[in-house]
Every structure is written in structure tokens, then in C-alpha cells.
Design a protein around this ligand. Structure first.
Ligand SMILES: [Zn+2]
Length: 403
């Protein structure tokens, strides 16, 4: 006797071993036991099974719970004032000179306690959850000192512990150079490698380490040192790469067996080939592309040709992607980057899970995986991308329980 049996539904399993678009099973059924999917198939195949609770979904579509594999969700304050100033004619230079930009978020974040950070971030988390997210990644990166970085990671952990959602944490150790290190960047990289990473690893506060490899961020050599330190402490790595220029960050990340390289607007063919060889995921972030009014798109055809899995994420952050709608990102991935609706949904489920190293646990509706599901009142899965920012699923199930 199972715990739950969902019937009278169609299932977009997103499981590549299930033939056809979206790995779809029409007139399907899903058996759930102890928080996990025990069986998924056509209703007729599950006819002999019984469950404590049998629920009819009236022809709804069930998908895997959405996975947002790249967010900077935890921060204090926001930058709506700068958004407004820019539209009233202020330049980036004027805003920076007035103390704006990323450093304004750093100041606010440094002043906030762990509890204040969690409460400031909770509405954003709730919005993502309402949009269908059952797993998200949260990065640090606005503390830029040891205490504030660890505090951000603890706040992310507190959010995950207090809401029905899975949280994967990433130490974004090299995001920006704090002003007090302006003349001593070498010392800041040493602090990240020698103190931040060991502390985060010792306390179990992060599963991965990230950096911003860019002309206005950190050099390939600095990132290389950071990734060496991450490996020495048993942490996986990922990289903000090739967003504004091509510093060959994807190749560097591949050499360190990275989970993903993210943004990738300026990725070239050699970079795509190396990512494929290393089994990395390309994380596409249409929110930042939109907000920055970029014109150069990530090379989607190249990624397809090299069979690099593509994930899609919100990049939720106060500067370049103040986004809390996962379905809006799926829509923009289609409209702005040319993904098919199936690729976009795979990007927010199966490939998002792969980008977090969680592909054996979540990301498809497959027997043996966690029962993280969304129930959508749509006629076909493509509607999730067709509506410009669909509000969210009718029901969200995490580990077999309605959330
Ligand atoms: Zn980012």
C-alpha cells in the first residue's frame, strides 16, 4: 500500500528514457511512498496498486518541481532607487560615485544580522516557491569578508530549514573586490582561498564555490587559485564565465571538473567543446541579459551541436536580475535565446538538477527519485513558456507532501 497515488493526470516526466516530447505520459499515474516516486506510468499500468490516498487531478499536467540552479537570493536592501535614477538620466558612473552599485548591497548586507538577512530574503523565496520552485541554489557574495559571507550562507540554510524547499548553498568567494582591498587584491584572493573556503567547508555551509571571471571581476589566474583551494576542501566549483567578454573561463572551469559555467554570452566553439568533454552544464540566465539590455546571446546552437546540457535559472539578484518568477525565465529563454519550450522546461528541471550535482535525486519524474512535483492547470506543457510569466502551479509537492 503506497502513501499516495495521483491519477487522472498527464505527466511531463522530462525523463530522456521516456520516448516523445517532454517524456510525456498521457493518462498517467504516479505512486508515492516515503517521499519518493515509486512508480510512474500509464494509468492502466498502475491499475492494480492501492494507496492510502488516491487523488484525481482532473486532467492537469504534472512536471518535476522546478529547480532554480543559480540565485543570489540572500541580500539586504535593494537597488530600486538606482533603477529609478538611471531611468531619470543618471549614468552608471554617477551612480557608482554616489556609492551605488554592488557596493551598496555589500554595505547593507554587512550591516544585517543572520535573522535580518533571512527575513529580507524570505519574500523572494516565497515568490519563487509560488512560481513552482522546489529546489534552489543560493550564493553568498555580498559580504566580501569572512563573517558576512558565512552569515549569508547561514541565512540561506535557515531559509531552507524553515520553508518546504530544498536549498543548495554556494560560497561565491570572488564576486567583487571590496573597497578596503582595492590596492591589495592579492590579499583578498588569499583571504578567500585560505580563510573563507576552509571556514565554509569546516562548518558545512556550502557544497560549492563560485567566482566571477571577468574584466571587471577576477582573472583566470585568481579563479584558478580559488578552485585549487575548493578542491583541497572537497567542494565542487562553478563559474560566472564569458558574460561580458571571453576570458576562457569555461575552459578553466572544465579543467577543475566544474558543475557548470553560467551566463556564457561570449562562449566560443572551443569553450563549448571543452564543456561537453567535462560533462558540464551551461546555465543560461535570460533575466540578466534582459535587464542589461545585452544584444549578444549565448550560443545556443553551438551548445546543442556539442550536446552541452542547458539549464535556465533566475539569477535572482538586486543589481542585474531582480527576478522572482521561474516561468518568466522559461518564457524569456524561448523568446530571447531561442530555446524550445521542451528545452526551457528541461533547463528548469532536469538540467538545473544536473547543474547542482543532484541529477540522481531530483529533476525528472522517475521512480526512485524524490517526489518533488508541480501540478499545472494547462492543456499542454508548452503553456508554461508561452504565457509571459505564468503565475505558478496549482499545487507544489515536495518530498511527497503538498507544500
Ligand atoms: Zn550570478
Amino acid at each position: 500500500m503506497w502513501d499516495r497515488l495521483l491519477i487522472d493526470c498527464h505527466v511531463a516526466t522530462m525523463d530522456p528514457t521516456v520516448a516523445g516530447p517532454f517524456g510525456a505520459i498521457e493518462n498517467g499515474a504516479i505512486g508515492i511512498q516515503d517521499g519518493r516516486i515509486v512508480r510512474v506510468g500509464r494509468r492502466t499500468e498502475l491499475a492494480g496498486y492501492q494507496a492510502q490516498s488516491v487523488e484525481k487531478l482532473d486532467g492537469a499536467w504534472v512536471t518535476p518541481g522546478l529547480v532554480d540552479c543559480h540565485t543570489h537570493l540572500v541580500f539586504a536592501g535593494n537597488r530600486a532607487n538606482e533603477f529609478e535614477a538611471r531611468l531619470e538620466g543618471a549614468t552608471y558612473e554617477e551612480i557608482a560615485a554616489a556609492g551605488g552599485g554592488i557596493l551598496s548591497t555589500v554595505r547593507a548586507t554587512r550591516q544585517a544580522s543572520e535573522a535580518e538577512l533571512a527575513e529580507a530574503s524570505r519574500p523572494r523565496l516565497k515568490a519563487l516557491m509560488a512560481g513552482g520552485v522546489t529546489t534552489l541554489e543560493i550564493k553568498s557574495g555580498y559580504g566580501l569578508d569572512v563573517d558576512a559571507e558565512l552569515r549569508m550562507l547561514r541565512a540561506a540554510g535557515a531559509l531552507g530549514a524553515s520553508e518546504r524547499v530544498r536549498v543548495a548553498r554556494t560560497l561565491l568567494a570572488l564576486h567583487a573586490l571590496p573597497p578596503e582591498f582595492a590596492e591589495r587584491r592579492h590579499e583578498f584572493v588569499e583571504l578567500a582561498c585560505g580563510t573563507m573556503i576552509p571556514a565554509a567547508a569546516r562548518e558545512g555551509l556550502a557544497e560549492a564555490v563560485d567566482a566571477f571571471c571577468e574584466g571587471i571581476g577576477f582573472t583566470a589566474d585568481e579563479v584558478d587559485a580559488l578552485f585549487e583551494a575548493a578542491a583541497a576542501h572537497g567542494l565542487r566549483v562553478k563559474l560566472h564565465a564569458e558574460q561580458l567578454s571571453n576570458l576562457h573561463g569555461a575552459k578553466l572551469a572544465a579543467e577543475h571538473h566544474a558543475l557548470s559555467a553560467d551566463h556564457l554570452e561570449h562562449l566560443d566553439e572551443a569553450g563549448a567543446a571543452t564543456m561537453a568533454e567535462a560533462g558540464m552544464v551551461a546555465v543560461l540566465l535570460p533575466g540578466a541579459f534582459y535587464a542589461l539590455k545585452e544584444t549578444r546571446k549565448p550560443p545556443v546552437d553551438l551548445l546543442r551541436r556539442h550536446n552541452v546540457p542547458m539549464a535556465v535559472a533566475t539569477d535572482c539578484n538586486p543589481g542585474t536580475s531582480p527576478v522572482t518568477s521561474p516561468t518568466l525565465m522559461m518564457s524569456m529563454a524561448c523568446t530571447l535565446f531561442g530555446l524550445t519550450p521542451e528545452e526551457a522546461l528541461a533547463g528548469m528541471t532536469r538540467e538545473g538538477a544536473r547543474a547542482l550535482g543532484l541529477q540522481d535525486e531530483i529533476g525528472t519524474v522517475t521512480a526512485g527519485k524524490a517526489a518533488d512535483l508541480c501540478v499545472w492547470r494547462v492543456e499542454r506543457p508548452a503553456e508554461l513558456c508561452y504565457w509571459i510569466g505564468m503565475p505558478g502551479p496549482e499545487r507544489r509537492i515536495v518530498a511527497g507532501v503538498d507544500a
